[in-house]
Design a protein around this ligand. Structure first.
Ligand SMILES: NC(=O)c1ccc[n+]([C@@H]2O[C@H](COP(=O)([O-])OP(=O)(O)OC[C@H]3O[C@@H](n4cnc5c(N)ncnc54)[C@H](O)[C@@H]3O)[C@@H](O)[C@H]2O)c1
Ligand SMILES: N[C@H](CO)Cc1c[nH]c[nH+]1
Ligand SMILES: [Zn+2]
Length: 429
């Protein structure tokens, strides 16, 4: 990894801003715009072309049948099913605490105002499947949707030459997904946004994916809602001399192996640790099955910042706003207050990032590319919406009438003033 040292905090901040901006690729944008247009105009025919081109296979049917799901379930080893079920339970107990409830109040006699919360009617969940299978992303998407009460959860995932990964289908069964379609990439996002003859249009699309998927979600926003930009994985680690180089290297590689575009950062006050982490990364890469992907990510998007103080680390990491942030500093919990921008935070020497990817309960669908400045982890809140309501008695209306008509006329909106006045007149009259 490149080591940045002997620079001022302003110089390092400038480099971080440049790296973050570089993730929004104009070539990808143009390609994805084309795919969306084609799917919108040509529906399933366009899906066939893109599946053949990008996935090397056009499935005989887009929809996965119940028989295929049952067969997949039967083929998954019991130990894997047990682990999936325990993970599902941990995710469920965590997310049940996120349920938003409405309220109703009576600010004065005769006035009732409130907010009612309702689930979205139909959501599309994207489950990645380009270079790896992601049963964990099925659980992370579908369980919060289920808790929110969404009646129609439509899953899409890229087709595979040998059929869909059985553990992905088992996870969908465990989580209660309603329909599964084998289509991936930007074309799947376009299909969910606009609908095709076989794939239903939904109200919101959630879930992670590579840069094509992330760009497509960004582009269909407005036609449908999206959860966030959840693109290629990222990890930022803050470490001092108390951290073990081998542990840091392992966690950096855990995210680097996702994608050649994954971003991995270490900020440390220790020059000795920086050198040791670099050596450990090189050594661990030698035995990693997905070394090619991880090496490309480390070489192209891997940086170690050697900083002067712990405060500098937090200032710079808040500029990055990484998807995952590990705090491997002495007494890590004391630093929570200093963190403003990060998707998910892992404190101390034992909270290794993959615990969050698979198992412990917090969601692994998280904002990337610096968007943790304004986005949050996927949660039950993403599958709920709010409606407001208001009711008045006649005497409450009489009391508020003068102020409301004043405000309407101050805006030059006479019809508004008359609407309220008329209601009052007709009711007294
Ligand atoms: N941010 C998060 O919350 C989070 C969580 C899990 C995974 N991830 C990320 O999800 C991604 C998974 O990526 P993946 O590639 O394995 O699966 P994917 O399903 O995201 O992407 C595969 C699809 O990309 C499309 N594609 C591939 N090359 C293309 C090209 N040249 N032009 C147009 N489309 C193309 C194809 O349609 C293919 O089906 C990784 O980047 C990983 O880091 C992010
Ligand atoms: N680290 C990914 C989010 O960036 C989530 C994941 C799923 N499986 C393994 N990892
Ligand atoms: Zn991961």
């Amino acid at each position: 990894m490149q080591i940045i040292k002997n620079q001022t905090i302003d110089q390092m901040a400038k480099q971080i801003r440049q790296e973050t901006a570089a993730t929004d690729d104009a070539i990808v944008a143009a390609q994805v715009a084309d795919i969306i247009k084609n799917v919108r105009e040509n529906g399933d025919e366009a899906l066939k072309t893109y599946s053949a081109t990008f996935d090397g296979v056009t499935p005989a049917t887009w929809r996965v049948s119940e028989t295929e799901i049952q067969a997949a379930m039967a083929s998954v080893p019991q130990k894997v099913l047990a682990a999936l079920r325990t993970a599902a339970e941990n995710i469920r107990t965590f997310h049940q605490q996120e349920v938003a409830v409405g309220f109703e109040d009576t600010p004065r006699e005769g006035i009732v105002r409130g907010v009612k919360v309702t689930p979205l009617s139909a959501v599309g969940i994207y489950v990645p499947g380009g270079t790896a299978a992601y049963p964990s992303s099925v659980l992370m998407n579908a369980i919060p949707a289920k808790i929110a009460g969404v009646p129609n959860i439509v899953m899409v995932t890229p087709p595979q030459k040998d059929g869909l990964n059985p553990t992905v289908l088992a996870a969908a069964k465990i989580a209660g997904v309603d329909q599964i379609f084998q289509v991936g990439g930007a074309q799947a996002i376009a299909a969910l946004a606009y609908g095709t003859a076989t794939i239903p249009a939904v109200d919101k699309i959630t879930g992670p994916g590579n840069r094509y998927v992330a760009m497509a979600k960004k582009m269909v926003y407005g036609q449908v809602a999206i959860d966030m930009i959840a693109g290629p994985s990222e990890i930022g680690i803050l470490a001092d001399d108390s951290a073990r180089a081998a542990d840091i290297a392992a966690d950096l590689l855990s995210q680097a192996e996702h994608d050649v575009n994954a971003r991995v950062l270490l900020m440390t006050t220790s020059a000795t640790l920086a050198t040791a982490v670099n050596a450990a990364v090189a050594q661990q890469l030698e035995t990693l099955p997905r070394a090619d992907i991880a090496r490309a990510a480390i070489n192209d998007h891997g940086v170690i910042y050697l900083v002067n103080t712990i405060d500098e680390m937090f200032t710079l990491m808040n500029l990055v706003g990484p998807e995952h942030l590990e705090v491997q500093l002495t007494n890590p919990a004391q630093y929570l207050a200093k963190i403003q921008n990060a998707g998910s935070i892992f404190l101390g020497p034992y909270a290794s990032e993959p615990l969050g990817d698979y198992f412990s309960g917090p969601n692994h669908i998280l904002p990337t590319g610096g968007t943790a400045r304004f986005s949050s982890p996927l949660g039950v809140w993403d599958f709920q919406k709010r409606l407001q309501y208001l009711q008045y008695t006649q005497s409450a209306l009489a009391e508020d009438l003068p102020a409301v008509t004043q405000l309407a006329r101050a805006e030059g909106l006479e019809a508004h003033a008359r609407a309220v006045q008329t209601r009052f007149n007709s009711n007294v009259g």
